[in-house]
Ligand binder design. Structure first.
Ligand code: FES
Length: 117
């Protein structure tokens, strides 16, 4: 049986050359993200609220104010996601369901996606 997915997190952290942030900064954020998800058992396929997926991507077509973190299905785009912001984003947004408005760059909920681009 495939596990239910609660969220998919896409982090722009190009391992070669990132335009939106310092490449090493992006990689630090990626490593922190992996650790925080693991330490909170959010990648456990038996988690009742659903598994949290993560993907490291080369570009999310923002290309400034990075590292950029996009969270589906909410369509929340976080800016300036340095490693020291990851714990609060995971705790507040993913676990408690409260996005951190002051760090949001834009919102593109799936139902509005076609008109947002
Ligand atoms: S390089 Fe990060 S959004 Fe384009």
């Amino acid at each position: 049986m495939n596990p239910h997915v609660s969220h998919h997190l896409l982090l722009c952290a190009n391992s070669k050359k990132s335009l939106c942030c310092d490449t090493e900064e992006g990689n630090r954020t990626w490593e922190k993200l992996k650790n925080v998800l693991k330490n909170n058992n959010l990648e456990d396929p038996t988690r009742s609220q659903g598994i949290v997926l993560r993907s490291k991507v080369d570009c999310l077509r923002i290309c400034h104010s990075g590292p950029i973190l996009l969270i589906w299905p909410d369509g929340i785009w976080y800016k300036d996601v340095y490693a020291n912001r990851i714990e609060r984003i995971i705790e507040s947004h993913i676990i408690q369901g409260n996005p951190i408005k002051e760090w949001v760059l834009k919102e593109t909920p799936l139902k509005n996606m076609a008109s947002s681009f």
